[in-house]
Design a protein around this ligand. Structure first.
Ligand code: FAD
Length: 436
């Protein structure tokens, strides 16, 4: 069998590595558009500074994924504790929220949110993200934080987003299910009866998060798999309704009996008009440490600030920056038509001003700003995205998987879990979020 895997991110590499490790006689070829592996879990090494694409750390409740992580990393990892923040009402507050940080919210927000506990809007048919948030957290927290953050992050209003975005954007990113903060009432209970949850995360002992994928690549090559970088797949060749080859942009065709497609689904099915958001990452190197940047990452909901999240690499591993230096990664989401996507330097001045306004840089300490354009970082769940996905006719021999291939908001552990279950032959589900 000729197995072709499109995409050398965590999904594609786990598939390739596991198929080869299973003793299969398949000829395995991985095709990757970029010059390096890792996909969204790629890293950039610039003048002694390691930058990931925003924050990346491994965590899983799935025993199979945990075993796999440890097998690949062997003893090449460190364990770190969570340290995330949210910047609300002009101040840094711990995330998950603590009683102290909640009490520090402006009084009208606090009081009105408290009243919302008893007076939440009754929305019988929850369709949009806005409906979901308003019914769970009330109108006040919705307008105070969620509506602006959502508009800034996705470029569209919360009313136009499918309720599934809640699982992606809230449960996963902002609200931590493990401290039972999935509604205002449970958040309040959690604050009164705090049950601290100490979660440990894995991070490679050297390099950035991409080290994991580099280790996978070594195994794939050692087992006889082929890795083709700087090759873009653009379509499939089909014979009698079955996949027979992958067609590349450069005109090559790679024969295939089976294709695992982890690149964006929209390359194969542009007619669905499904969309992704892109992320511009500004990797900012600083000449000295900013002691107040004590979080791994922090969310910024304020619409006036150009970035939606900041990440501080040294809080993942000290030597992600040269000794005495510091760095910060700003994430700015936009679409491909945006002027800033075409010419990131046009927003440099504004970026530095905004970073200074929240105390993340001093201003005179910037050594360089390295821009990375990361296309298709988040699938956008518009109200009709499910109908669009359902309209796709998948030929025999094609498997759509991974974050962009399945159009599902995977984390790294979900992409690995999907790949493991495919190789083990078990049915792979989309809803990996709730599997623990
Ligand atoms: C800012 C940010 C922060 C995140 N933080 C975390 C975190 O802390 N923890 C966590 O678990 N997860 C995190 N994630 C999610 C995690 O990065 C992804 O779930 C995971 O990397 C997805 O892997 P994948 O292989 O499924 O998809 P991808 O990484 O998207 O891989 C797809 C691959 O296909 C390639 N490709 C695209 N088009 C083509 C083409 N035409 N031909 C050939 N190749 C192509 C791409 O270059 C890419 O390498 C984060 C994501 C982002 C964007």
């Amino acid at each position: 069998m000729k197995t072709v895997i499109v995409g050398a991110g965590l999904s594609g590499l786990t598939l390739a590595e596991r198929i080869l490790a299973s003793g299969s006689n398949d000829e395995v070829t991985v095709i990757e558009r970029e010059k390096a592996p890792g996909g969204l879990a790629r890293s950039f090494h610039v003048d002694g500074f390691d930058f990931d694409i925003g924050p990346h750390r491994f965590h899983t409740f799935n025993a199979g994924v945990d075993t796999y992580l440890q097998e690949i990393l062997a003893d090449h990892f460190i364990q770190i504790s969570r340290k995330s923040s949210v910047h609300m009402a002009g101040k840094y507050r711990n995330w998950p929220l603590t009683l102290v940080s909640v009490m520090g919210l402006p009084f009208p927000v606090l009081w009105n949110s408290f009243l919302d506990l008893f007076n939440k809007p009754d929305i019988p048919d929850i369709k949009s993200f806005a409906d979901f948030i308003r019914s769970r957290y009330g109108n006040n927290l919705y307008s105070f934080f969620f509506s602006g953050y959502t508009r800034k992050f996705t470029g569209i209003n919360a009313e136009e987003l499918h309720v599934d975005w809640a699982q992606a954007g809230v449960n996963r990113a902002v609200i931590d299910k493990r401290v039972k903060a999935d509604s205002l009432l449970s958040l309040a209970k959690g604050l009164l009866l705090p049950k601290p949850v100490e979660t440990k995360f894995y991070y490679p002992a050297t390099g950035g998060i991409q080290t994991f994928c580099d280790l996978q690549c070594k195994r794939i090559q050692a087992a006889g798999g082929k890795l083709l970088f700087k090759r873009s797949a653009k379509d499939l060749l089909k014979e009698n309704g079955s996949v027979s080859a992958v067609i590349l942009e450069n005109g090559e065709t790679i024969p295939a009996d089976k294709v695992y497609w982890t690149a964006p689904i929209t390359i194969l099915y542009p007619e669905t008009e499904l969309t992704f958001i892109n992320t511009l990452t500004a990797n900012v190197a600083l000449s000295s440490e900013i002691p107040d940047n004590d979080y791994q990452w922090c969310y910024f909901g304020h619409e006036d600030l150009i970035f939606s999240r900041l990440t501080v690499p040294r809080n993942f591993r000290k030597d992600c920056v040269p000794s005495g230096r510091d760095s910060v990664i700003a994430e700015i989401t936009c679409n491909s038509d945006a002027e800033m996507w075409k010419k990131p330097d046009t927003i440099k001045e504004r970026l530095l001003r905004d970073l200074k306004s929240v105390g993340a840089i001093r201003g005179d300490d910037v050594l360089f700003v390295n821009w990375e354009k990361i296309p298709e970082t988040y699938p956008v769940y518009t109200l009709d995205y499910k109908e669009k996905l359902a309209s796709i006719n998948i030929p025999e021999g094609l498997f759509l998987t991974g974050r962009s291939g399945a159009f599902w908001y995977n984390n790294m552990d979900h992409s690995i879990a999907q790949a493991l279950s495919i190789v083990q032959g078990s049915e792979y589900k989309k809803d990996f979020w709730n599997q623990r």
